[in-house]
Design a protein around this ligand. Structure first.
Ligand code: FAD
Length: 361
């Protein structure tokens, strides 16, 4: 008999999990969420992401495995599905010796390596010759990556799910068991709830995972084109700030970032930080303004998103809460897109197994 599933959350985690599940027979799926693609809200990280594939996961970890398993699907989207809003773009990682030991450089350890695990996954990974580096940069690597226009990609995921029969509805749950209550699934009984609530897993009753905290990311979106993606090992403005640019597919503008402010829930852009972000971006990537100053940036909007960072990494686990089977997939931090298919597949495997062995639990 087909199983009835409720996925809480319509961010990249919930939508990708619902999509992968909907490709299998035997599941009737409802996605219920407070926020849906098209919404912009501080409790909804996915629309704010760049988003690109730039792994920081460490070789040999689950996180690296999820990232590795996501490259193939993203490459396929960029190559064969133009409607998804994902395109290929070269990605340069600039390394300054003076950043060694800083929080950002430690976090980026694998990314900054001249031989990271993903060098054998992404195409065209290489080191740049010294003469190609601008002053102040001690080494750099480059590879072919993808950049996702989240304003196209999230609705595209919804549309793929709809084509596979997934039902979408708004729902705001105080407790995870509310998602299994009558009236949520049109078939009545709910066999399993998938928890893809991101940062708000820290507040959801029955879960309240306080190891999930925000890492605040402030961005400026501009009409200027960077031509490629660039990322730096650090900034001169403190450990909570970052410097990256990427141009989204299909006219999505260029994202200038950023910040990584742990524990900070502030939803409004800080104008001083915005100026620093723009100054660093035009210095790192003169192509943005033909070598001119930040007054030559054509701003679309300022934005703030909160990365759902979880101590111990993304939680992909099965649990029984109040008699209801739950599979969690939340807490991807700054890697929700680049790990999306790997995480979704791991969650789907758990769901398959949980429902087949339910009697033994
Ligand atoms: P969210 O997108 O936050 O979605 C959570 C969903 O759960 C929402 O639909 C919400 O309404 C729903 N929900 C929560 N609680 C409840 C409740 N109680 N009842 C009902 N619904 C509920 N990642 C990358 O891979 N590459 C990048 O380049 C990248 N850049 C980023 C840049 C910035 C500035 C930021 C902020 C993030 C970036 N990320 C990037 C990280 C990525 O955005 C996140 O990891 C990802 O969006 C998390 O997705 P999610 O689906 O888990 O959570």
């Amino acid at each position: 008999m087909a199983k009835n599933i409720v996925v809480i959350g319509a961010g990249v985690a919930g939508l990708t999990t619902a999509l992968q599940l909907s490709k299998k027979s035997g599941y009737n799926i409802v996605v219920a969420a407070k926020h849906m693609p098209g919404d912009y809200d501080i409790e909804y990280a996915s629309p704010w992401a760049g988003a690109n594939y730039m792994p920081v996961s460490i070789s040999g970890t689950d996180a690296a495995e999820w990232d590795k398993n996501t490259w193939g699907p993203l490459e396929d989207l960029a190559r064969n599905h133009p409607g998804a809003g994902v395109h290929f773009q070269e990605c340069e990682i600039h390394n300054r010796a003076k950043d060694v030991g800083s929080a950002t450089a430690n976090w980026f350890k694998e990314l900054l390596s001249s031989n990271p695990w993903f060098a054998r996954v992404v195409p065209n990974f290489r080191s740049l010759p010294k003469e190609a580096l601008r002053p102040g940069i001690d080494s750099a690597t480059v590879f072919t990556s993808v950049c996702i226009n989240t304003a196209i990609y999230l609705p595209w995921l919804v549309s793929q799910c709809l084509s596979n029969g997934v039902i979408f509805k708004r729902g705001v749950f105080d407790h995870i068991l509310d998602a299994a209550a009558s009236g949520i699934h049109p078939n009545g009984r709910v066999d399993l709830v998938v928890n893809c609530t991101g940062l708000m897993a820290s507040k959801l009753g029955g879960v309240q995972d306080t190891s999930v905290v925000p890492a605040r990311g402030q961005i400026v979106i501009v009409r200027n084109d960077s031509g490629k993606m660039l990322d730096m090992s650090g900034t001169d403005d403190g450990d909570e700030e970052a410097c990256y640019v990427m141009t989204r597919a299909a006219g999505g503008g260029t994202i200038l970032g950023g910040s990584y402010q742990k524990g900070n829930w502030e939803s409004q852009p800080d104008p001083n930080l915005a100026i620093r972000i723009m100054k660093r971006a035009v210095t790192m990537c003169p192509a943005l303004t033909d070598g001119k100053g930040i007054e030559h940036l054509d701003i679309i909007r300022h934005g703030v998103g909160l990365r759902p960072v979880r101590e111990g990494g993304t939680r992909i686990e099965k649990e029984r809460i109040g008699g209801v089977l739950v599979v969690h997939n939340y807490g991807a931090g700054g890697a929700g897109y680049q790990s999306s298919y790997g995480c979704a597949q791991a969650a789907v495997d758990l769901i398959d197994r949980a429902l087949n062995v339910q009697a033994k639990l």
